[in-house]
Design a protein around this ligand. Structure first.
Ligand SMILES: NC(=O)c1ccc[n+]([C@@H]2O[C@H](COP(=O)([O-])OP(=O)(O)OC[C@H]3O[C@@H](n4cnc5c(N)ncnc54)[C@H](O)[C@@H]3O)[C@@H](O)[C@H]2O)c1
Length: 397
């Protein structure tokens, strides 16, 4: 058998997303017939001892605390940015200027200004491909929802009802980077609304044109300072004692929006929805049919076909695991042998490798230009909440 071509990866960030991405690079070649095999060349982070342990655990060839040199290494083909939001711009642009392909975690950046600079740098770097880890697009049920809408099964869309509810952000959680504007840009909004805005745009194939009204709330205004500086993980990090610091991001944001083709939409993101741990979902209602999805039951897509016989009409709970019929399913297990969180990242990695080799992804992939559009919606919702007025997306240049 002929040897496959390879591409060397440099991943920056070795915590939560560092693990999901490392796992994806490790597995992708075992489950997908990809044209390029990823080589886990260099892992970058800040803490040398932790980095070396991570390198051994996941099989990276090198570990470095100097990401600036690592991204310039001529051996590297793809730089993967998995760090807090305020670092995305500097890291992604350095990688693009070094001629690399770049995959960046979501949201594209903490601020619209940073996101714009990244979009512009990507436009300039003509030989580089860019990818953003809006991984939920590649959950088979969400990919199927996109395919059904595209095939006209929903008809004209009237409503988009999207929610991303978590409950880990109570008062006992210390002042992680996620609660500080200078690191995160925003709170639940950029973290969670970013995903559902992307999913709504992806499934409907439509663009949001206006935020009609928005509400942002910070319920917990002070949090314990973490010993040794802000630590990571969704709720990782331990409180450092009596000293408190200000949390200057939202804990929850709700907004109403209009789509270009007429649909009206509601979005809700919160870290304080007690009992809802990762309820990322939406319901879309169209003239011919509806879909609904909830990540906590991620192997299913529910579909209502309003064109079918009235006697048997009703919600169909589709288990999206049929190889050959359902997106990505043929690469995994036999029917009804269900998949999990990590598979969205592995599916995305397969699509990125295909795209670097000039092939099409299974479903559309967000690049920096596309993720900038999601960032404009995020920014417009914050302006709307702050200024208590409707905001057109076109204002967000
Ligand atoms: N796609 C998703 O579903 C998803 C889920 C969680 C997080 N994210 C995104 O991924 C990114 C990282 O989040 P996380 O949860 O992995 O955070 P984390 O806090 O768990 O990890 C951040 C990593 O960045 C490293 N880092 C921080 N500053 C650095 C610097 N100056 N130089 C080098 N490395 C540095 C840290 O050492 C750590 O390894 C964020 O943009 C976040 O929004 C996406």
């Amino acid at each position: 058998m002929a040897e496959k071509k390879t591409i060397n990866i440099c991943l920056i960030g070795q915590k939560f997303m560092g693990r999901t991405h490392s796992n994806a690079f490790l597995k992708v070649g075992k489950f997908f017939d990809v044209p390029l095999l990823p080589v886990m060349h260099t892992i970058c982070g800040r803490n040398e001892a932790e980095l070396n342990e991570f390198k051994e655990t996941w099989g990276w060839q090198n570990a470095s605390t100097d990401w600036k040199s690592a991204v310039k290494n001529p051996a590297i083909g793809l730089v993967d940015v998995g760090t807090p939001n305020h670092l995305h711009k500097e890291m992604a642009i350095a990688a693009l200027e070094a001629g690399k392909h770049v995959a960046c975690e979501k949201p594209l950046a903490g601020t619209l200004d940073d996101a714009r600079a990244m979009r512009d740098a990507a436009k300039k770097a003509k030989k580089s491909k860019t990818f953003v880890w809006y991984n939920y697009r590649r959950v088979p049920a969400v990919a199927l929802a996109h395919q059904l809408a595209k095939a006209g099964k929903l008809g004209r869309i009237f409503h988009v009802r999207a929610f991303y509810l978590q409950d880990w952000g109570g008062p006992g959680v210390p002042l992680l980077w996620r609660f500080q504007k200078k690191f995160a840009g925003s709170g639940a909004h950029g973290d969670l609304n970013a995903h559902i805005i992307d999913m709504a745009r992806f499934i409907t194939g439509d663009e949001i044109t206006e935020i009609v009204g928005s509400l942002a709330e910070t319920f917990i205004k002070e949090r314990d300072i973490v010993s040794g500086g802000p630590k990571g993980g969704i709720a990782g990090g331990t409180s450092g004692g009596a000293k408190k610091g200000k949390s200057d991001v939202d804990d929850a944001v709700l907004f109403l929006a209009r789509f270009k083709q007429g649909a009206i939409a509601s979005f809700e993101a919160t870290r304080l929805a007690t009992g809802n741990q990762n309820k990322n979902g939406l319901e879309i209602n169209g003239e011919k049919g509806s879909i609904r999805f909830n990540f906590e039951d991620m192997n299913y897509l529910e579909f209502y076909d309003a064109t079918s016989d009235r006697k048997t009409q009703g919600w169909t709970k589709i288990m999206v695991t049929h190889g050959g019929d359902h997106p990505y399913a043929a690469n995994w297990w036999p029917d009804a042998h269900i998949i999990g969180y990590e598979h969205g990242f592995i599916n995305q990695t397969a699509d990125m490798l295909n795209m670097i080799a000039g092939k099409d992804p299974v479903v559309p992939m967000p690049d920096f230009e596309d993720a900038y559009k999601t960032q404009q919606v995020l920014e417009a919702a914050i302006v709307s909440a702050t200024e208590r007025r409707p905001v057109k997306i076109a204002e967000m240049k």
